[in-house]
Design a protein around this ligand. Structure first.
Ligand code: FAD
Length: 509
């Protein structure tokens, strides 16, 4: 062999130019290692989905005639770390050259760069050909700016990639953003689309993973596993999303419902993040659906904004601020996560549903992640680094480049407002407006204090009181501080006391 090429668990793109021709001098290496299963405690489905996807791509490459070396989690020769295995494989193959696709996580990128530098091998790093913007594009655009507004980045990307544009370069429909039309609550109609994800039986693989001693949490249903195994299944999922759900995506993007955990979201994040799908084809499919008259512009634009805008922008924030960003905690929040983050057993119905969905499916939609779970963590003052580890472990689509800025920046305001112009903080009134969680909840959404009051209410006001010095100067939340100024001091005392009591017994809420 002349060259060993590494494929990581989130590099499952069978269309990468590497595979354009079969080269008998190239050996492709996949490895299932404890280094990657154990850096945080992971949801069972996340481990299964990645290992199953790696095994499937290895099988297909072999079937096409490529040379593949696959190190399974229970292989006696598995050294369980990336570079240890690489050294063994390269030595055995006698290859002078090593190549790898740029990892998306700083952790792995740094590890491979350092190791390669001292290895003396020929070869080097190549692009994964996945993203539309390079790692430093957002950083360059916002260079010297205190706040990095996604909207500016997004418009730039629309222009640069010719997405949803008139021939003269102006946005179709006369405006860049239809966000204001994306905020309807869902009252049961139109019906939630049928879940058309594939079914797989991964029982044997799960047995192997457990016998190898890998720890995990969450629902480990493996006999009827619902995440895609390969690109063809991901393409089917994309087609059914465009046909059945995209027409309503815009309207109900911010809605929440106990009877519809998925609503009109795409469930494509796993397939995108492990690169079974390319963001360009997903964007093109949504734009075509609008140009063919199948979906309203607000739906197509709202969806494309998530992928061409948020997803690429978040990655830019990550690369511009790593290493170091992972330690952000400007609000100095330190409380440990309550036990019910691992069980869903809380009396707050919105959290029981959202955490319950996360544990059950390794997925929760954006508003559950941001406005229910993240919002509670922010208001209560939970340790953002512990929260980051939870988010990184629990979601099927969680890889640090995308999870970290969403959790620390968008959700926890831990970077002091680089990413979000104000904290995503809301009381029970928001929860009630956007969903049906409050109905049948043990807590009363109208009450601020007292044994039955919804904890979000006192925590919401108390959060703004505790952080008044930093936040009261922010004009976007002036109304909150005007409301606080109009409250009598006895009420403020009651709020503070009640919130302190809640924060002292989070496990019991
Ligand atoms: P849809 O609602 O159908 O959206 C379509 C696609 O847009 C998604 O598949 C995703 O690729 C992209 N997208 C949407 N919002 C974002 C965003 N804020 N950042 C980046 N991409 C976005 N997304 C992840 O992919 N991995 C994570 O680890 C992750 N962690 C998050 C943590 C927090 C605290 C928050 C608030 C959001 C997080 N998100 C993460 C973003 C978003 O919640 C998920 O991408 C989305 O819920 C995935 O479900 P879906 O595919 O049905 O998305």
């Amino acid at each position: 062999m002349n060259t060993v090429r590494l494929l990581l668990g989130d590099q499952l793109n069978p269309l990468h130019p590497w595979f354009d021709r079969i080269d008998p001098d190239v050996l492709y290496v996949f490895m299932e290692i404890r280094q990657e299963t154990d850096y945080v405690l992971h949801h069972a489905q996340k481990i299964l989905a990645i290992f199953a996807g790696m095994r499937e791509l290895a099988r297909r490459l072999r079937a096409d005639g490529h040379h593949v070396h696959y190190i399974a989690i229970d292989d006696p020769d598995n050294r369980q770390n990336l570079t240890g295995n690489l050294e063994a494989v390269i030595a055995k193959a006698g290859a002078p050259c090593f190549e790898w696709q740029a990892p998306d996580e700083y952790r792995l990128d740094h590890q491979l760069d350092q190791w390669f530098k001292q290895s003396g091998f020929a070869g080097g790093k190549t692009s994964s050909r996945h993203f539309l913007a390079n790692r430093f594009e957002a950083g360059n655009l916002f260079s010297g700016k205190k706040q990095w507004r996604m909207e500016n980045f997004y418009r730039n990307m629309r222009r640069k990639h010719g997405v949803l544009l008139e021939p003269d370069g102006s946005p179709v429909g006369g405006q860049w953003n239809f966000d204001a039309e994306n905020r309807k609550p869902w009252r049961g109609q139109p019906p939630e689309p049928v879940d058309r994800r594939p079914h797989h039986d991964h029982s044997l693989l799960w047995q192997t993973i457990c016998q190898a001693g890998v720890q995990s949490f969450g629902n480990d249903t493996c006999a009827d596993f619902r995440w895609p195994l390969h690109r063809d299944e991901a393409l089917d999922l994309l087609a059914s999303f465009i046909r059945d759900a995209l027409p309503h995506f815009g309207d109900y993007q911010d809605a929440m419902s106990t009877s519809a955990p998925r609503l009109f979201h795409s469930l494509l994040s796993f397939a995108l993040n492990v690169k079974m799908l390319n963001p360009r084809e997903v964007i093109a499919a949504a734009e075509t659906a609008w140009r063919n008259g199948h979906v309203p512009l607000a739906a197509a634009e709202g969806f494309i904004r998530q992928i061409l805008g948020w997803r690429e922008y978040i990655r830019g924030v990550y690369w511009a601020h790593m290493p170091g960003y992972e330690n952000s905690n400007v609000l100095e929040h330190q409380l440990p996560l309550p036990d019910w983050f691992w069980t869903g057993n809380t009396k707050m119905r919105c959290l029981a549903e959202s955490i319950g969905n996360s544990l059950e499916h390794a997925h929760a939609h954006h508003i559950q992640r941001l406005m229910v779970i993240g919002n509670f963590a922010l208001l209560a003052g939970l340790d953002p680094q512990a929260l980051h580890r939870w988010y990184l472990g629990v979601y099927i689509d969680a890889f640090e480049w995308v999870e970290l800025p969403n959790t620390l920046g968008m959700s926890q305001f831990a970077d002091g407002g680089l990413l979000a112009s104000k904290p995503y903080a809301a009381s029970a009134a928001y929860m009630h407006r956007m969903g049906d969680y409050c109905r049948g909840c043990r807590y009363k959404r109208e009450q601020r204090t007292g044994p039955e009051a919804c904890p979000y209410n006192a925590l919401y006001w108390d959060f703004h009181l505790r952080h008044a010095e930093r936040l009261s100067v922010n004009p976007r939340i002036g109304m909150v501080y005007r409301n606080l100024a109009a409250m009598d001091t006895a009420e403020i005392d009651r709020i503070r006391q009640h919130a302190a009591g809640l924060r002292a017994r989070l496990d019991g809420l």
